[in-house]
Design a binder for this molecule. Structure first.
Ligand code: SF4
Length: 249
């Protein structure tokens, strides 16, 4: 399968991708520096190659990030991403609330199609979005598994809360490493600013839906024209729109 070429490399698309890639590079350096200090002081990070417990979480990103992922995908992967996107949308259309949406996403929509299940590794590691770069666990992988916390007894849940509260690097409530998420804020800001400058609007939403939309010339033409209404119409015509899933601001 040959790689699809990038969409016509307009100046606007180049601008948003470069802004995010620069921000990814800065985040990578900052995060490595922070992690070195954290582990030197005895902090523990349980994430590593082959661990994919969080790759079935819903992921929100910007169109700027989606364009980077889209450029990395061949036709087969792009089709798999769009199939996943349609499952995401079916879930959004029928979920009665956000909790059910998230739980069904993890259990039924399932793992990201870019996950290589044979190795447990991300097959598009270099282009993965911000959320995949800044999610780190201070607890073993079983705590990241859907349903694990819910399966704990009330006593074990109280112990979990005490353990989280005294574990360095957490926000005191969840077992994820909070400073690594805070450090990624400039990436979100870079994406927002670049989309404003390049398109005159911002597009945010579900990872797999936005990657699929970023491959559609009619959607991208509307975005590049700064025409949010036409972009939304193109997404609706493609069956890739839902208010929970696609925001054009
Ligand atoms: S892009 Fe990679 S790291 Fe992110 S969810 Fe998909 S497989 Fe996991």
């Amino acid at each position: 399968m040959t790689a699809l070429g990038p969409l016509p490399p307009t100046a606007a698309v180049r601008l948003v991708k470069e802004a995010v890639q620069d921000a990814y590079a800065d985040y990578g350096s900052e995060a490595s520096r922070w992690l070195d200090g954290f582990t030197r002081q005895g902090g523990q990070v349980f994430c590593g190659a082959g661990c994919f417990g969080c790759c079935n979480m819903p992921i929100r990103l910007s169109l700027a990030e989606a364009l980077i992922v889209r450029d990395a995908l061949n036709a087969e992967k792009l089709a798999a991403v769009e199939a996943h996107a349609r499952q995401v949308l079916a879930n959004a259309r029928t979920a009665p609330d956000e909790d059910v949406y998230v739980r069904r996403h993890r259990l039924e929509v399932g793992y990201c199609p870019l996950l290589d299940r044979a190795t447990g590794q991300c097959s598009e590691y270099e282009s993965r979005p911000t959320r995949c770069r800044d999610t780190f666990s201070a607890f073993p992988a079983r705590y990241c598994t859907e349903g694990y916390w819910e399966s704990l007894s009330p006593r074990d849940k109280r112990q979990y809360a005490r353990d989280v509260a005294r574990t360095p690097g957490t926000d005191g409530e969840l077992h994820y490493i909070a400073p690594l998420e805070y450090l990624s804020e400039p990436v979100w800001e870079a994406a927002a600013g670049a989309m404003d400058r390049a398109f005159g609007l911002q597009v945010w939403g579900d990872f797999w839906v936005l990657v699929s939309l970023s491959a559609r010339p009619d959607f991208m033409a509307a975005v590049e024209a700064g025409d949010g209404r036409a972009a939304l119409k193109a997404a609706q015509a493609a069956g890739l729109s839902h208010p929970m899933i696609l925001e054009i601001e």
